[in-house]
Design a protein around this ligand. Structure first.
Ligand code: ADP
Ligand code: MG
Length: 705
């Protein structure tokens, strides 16, 4: 069946009138035959089994029973009417219940006639009941041909309420298959089908909607998942290849004074092997004629900054400028101070530009940027303002990019005639499989090794009832000269309740650690999202300078802040934080030479997921392992980048469960394009055509922004 036929509007399918068409479009996004075909079942019900009422278990979920209705009555309730029927078989009786559609049911249901019913059972007051059962006369049921595995399609309340039940969708699917005569154009190449022993497109589509048996269903799903992931990867890899061949970058061929002198004489420590490897990867990119577009992943404290500096020095050696952009003022300042210190023996000029840079200083920076005398500019998104004009920007580094929109990222490109090389650094570890889908068009470097001598952060879980012990511990640590973070959840900064928790917490901390009076005295900083930036800055700086011993804060301190003397991180209501957030917060300590601690405080009431999160934190500090668990718990929805990349819009594959298929699809997509970049060969015709269709009908843009 050719693909333009499949673009027929759904309105033309027999059984779909204007009303149904509107609903299908609105509720499920089904506009064409193709869309309906790609409505894949969420799950399948085993309809080969029949149950007896007398043998139902309270734990049974969905059951199919043969029996008859012996009476039917309306029951008045406070919350409205209910229709209740008594349903019996030879082993017992149960109730069928309807909350809606009473009139139709009363008029159409036959008493004392054998029915096959199907649905979920509830157990209440010694009786089983089934709300809104699926029902069919036994006589009809026996005549209809249906597969043993009955597909359950995605639906919405509106659809079911408007009578577009699963059965109706199933009927439409049958209609579609009879109109298409089950002939679908093959969309993968012969070699692929053979090497992977895949079902043909037609067999796969048929068996996913009308599975003949479990095995064919599994093979059908495999084939369709593979296809889906294969085309996404094909698109991403092609984008990357095209990018490399088309988007020229300034080749940085010189390794000159700045880099060499620094590397030989001023490196404050020996690089870890991971850092060396990554520097080499970056050097290779910078030395080629293509623009670098690289993501650098490295856990908190893995030492990304020095890598960034080395890359910037290469740019300088080749007569270019470099910039480093961070998401907050505090982080920019820290980077600035850190880099000034590292470069103090070099002959480089470095400036800082943020929202609070004074107008005169700002003008000076603008001028020096344009005349080229300024080498490195560090700052916040103030760097993106139109007035900021580099004379020759060669490298842009973006730290913690998840705080930046993609649009902002690309804005930097237009500062110059040619785009600068781009290095994006992130401390949020992304599991490889997800990174492949989200950032398939970026090259990825990973620092998977912490600098030597780093002491593991001791992480414990404590219940609120142990608070006094925790306070004692804090006191002891402060007595040793350490500083403490206490973090409260302020998940949505507007939530009044969270805010109250924070303030209550702050007051109790002040009571416990008084600023004056007999005994030791304490200074406490507080930082939260409702404060003015300047006040936040002030409080933050007091803590950084060591003037305060305790920092009470919300997650605003999450990213990047570096206070090596802080050795204890206490996270209040830790059960309310996500894993990656807990991990980021813990990364604020363990930055100095001292043993550091992370204490996760919770109440006794914990959900299963919360327990898993806490156990994971206590067990490991490996960011990638934590990210894997997080991905399993939450799905990809909340992870950075997934929104833009649309990996959530997958129709049949699942980014977590199908990561093996993803790897295979990626490697085959890579092979295919390597062997035949333009998909011009005879055997790749099906792939070329399918790809063109996907692009033409914009289906693929659902996946790739
Ligand atoms: P992040 O990857 O979180 O940005 P940083 O670059 O801030 O990490 O590095 C964290 C700390 O580790 C810094 O104090 C830095 O000086 C130090 N560091 C980085 N690399 C090494 C190394 N190879 N050996 C020893 N210390 C290092
Ligand atoms: Mg950093």
């Amino acid at each position: 069946m050719n693909s333009s036929f499949l673009q027929t509007p759904i309105d033309y399918l027999k059984g779909v009138g204007p009303n149904r068409a509107t609903l299908l479009k609105k509720e499920l996004g089904i506009h064409t035959y193709q869309d309906l075909l790609n409505l894949f079942p969420n799950r399948y019900l085993d309809r080969t089994q029949y149950y007896k009422i007398g043998r139902l278990q309270r734990t049974s979920s969905e059951v199919q029973i043969v029996g008859k209705i012996i009476n039917i009555k309306t029951v008045e309730q406070k919350r409205g009417k209910r229709l209740v029927a008594t349903f019996i078989d030879e082993t017992g009786k149960m109730e069928l219940v309807w909350f809606r559609g009473h009139k139709w049911i009363r008029e159409n249901l036959k008493l004392n006639t054998p029915y096959v019913i199907f649905g979920k059972t509830n157990w209440f007051n010694g009786t089983f009941s089934m709300p809104h059962p699926e029902m069919e006369l036994l006589e009809t049921h026996e005549k209809s041909i249906r597969s043993a595995m009955q597909p359950v399609y995605p639906s919405t309340e509106k659809l079911t309420n408007s009578g577009i039940t699963n059965r109706v969708v199933n009927g439409l699917m049958q209609q579609l298959f009879s109109e298409t005569k089950n002939g679908f154009t093959e969309s993968l190449s012969k070699p692929l089908l053979e090497q992977l022993k895949l079902l043909s497109k037609s067999e796969a589509l048929f068996n996913v909607h009308f599975p003949k048996n479990q095995e064919l269903l599994a093979r059908a799903q495999y084939r369709l998942k593979f296809e889906e992931l294969f085309y996404i990867q094909l698109q991403l890899i092609r984008k990357n290849l095209v990018h490399k061949s088309k988007i020229k970058g300034y080749p940085f061929t010189q390794i000159g004074d700045n880099f060499s002198t620094f590397y030989k004489e001023h490196l404050p420590f020996e690089l870890t092997n991971a850092q060396k490897r990554v520097v080499k990867e970056i050097r290779n990119d910078l030395g080629s004629n293509a623009q670098m577009n690289r993501l650098l992943q490295g856990d908190v404290g893995s030492g990304k900054t020095i890598v960034a500096l080395l890359a910037m020095l290469i740019a300088l050696d080749n007569g270019f400028q470099a910039c480093l952009m961070a998401p907050t003022e505090i982080l920019s300042v820290q980077h600035y101070n850190g880099l000034l210190e590292l470069c103090k023996e070099l002959n480089t000029s470095i400036s800082l530009l943020t929202g609070s840079t004074k107008a005169s200083k700002r003008r000076e920076i603008h001028k020096n940027l344009e005349n080229g005398s300024l080498n490195i500019l560090i700052g916040t998104h103030a760097l993106l303002e139109d007035k900021v004009k580099f004379s020759n920007l060669g490298l842009a580094i973006i730290d913690e990019q998840h705080r930046f929109g993609v649009a902002q990222r690309s804005k930097l490109w237009h500062k110059n005639e040619y785009p600068p090389h781009v290095l994006v650094m992130t401390a949020t570890p992304i599991p490889r499989t997800l990174a492949m889908s989200v950032y398939g068009d970026l090259d990825i470097s990973v620092i998977d090794e912490l600098p030597p001598g780093r002491k593991d952060i001791k992480t414990v879980h404590r219940f609120d009832s142990n608070r006094l012990k925790v306070f004692r511990f804090i006191r002891d640590e402060i007595a040793k000269g350490r500083q403490i973070y206490i973090v409260y959840p302020l998940i949505q900064e507007s939530e009044a309740l969270d805010y109250k928790d924070l303030m209550d917490g702050y007051e109790s901390i002040v009571r416990e650690f008084p600023p004056h009076g007999p005994g030791p005295n304490y200074q406490i900083s507080i930082v939260h999202g409702q404060m003015k930036p300047a006040d936040k800055e002030y409080e933050m700086n007091r803590f950084i300078k060591g003037e305060t011993q305790i920092m009470v804060a919300t997650t605003v301190i999450e990213v990047g802040v570096n206070v090596p003397n802080a050795s204890v991180m206490i996270i209040e209501s830790a059960e309310r934080f996500g894993l990656s957030q807990l991990h980021q917060l813990r990364g604020r300590v363990g930055r100095g030479a001292e043993q550091s601690y992370c204490i996760l405080m919770t109440s006794h009431k914990l959900s299963q997921d919360a327990k898993t999160r806490l156990e994971t934190m206590v067990r490991t500090s490996d960011g990638f392992e934590i990210a894997e668990v997080d991905l399993k718990l939450r799905g990809p929805g909340d992870l950075m980048g997934t929104q833009q990349s649309g990996v959530l819009n997958l129709r049949i594959a699942d980014i977590i469960k199908d990561s093996e298929i993803l790897k295979i699809a990626r490697s085959y997509a890579m092979q295919t394009l390597k062997a035949d970049p333009n998909l011009a060969s005879e055997e790749n015709i099906p792939i070329k055509k399918t790809f063109a269709q996907l692009v033409k009908y914009r289906n693929i843009w659902n996946y790739i922004s």
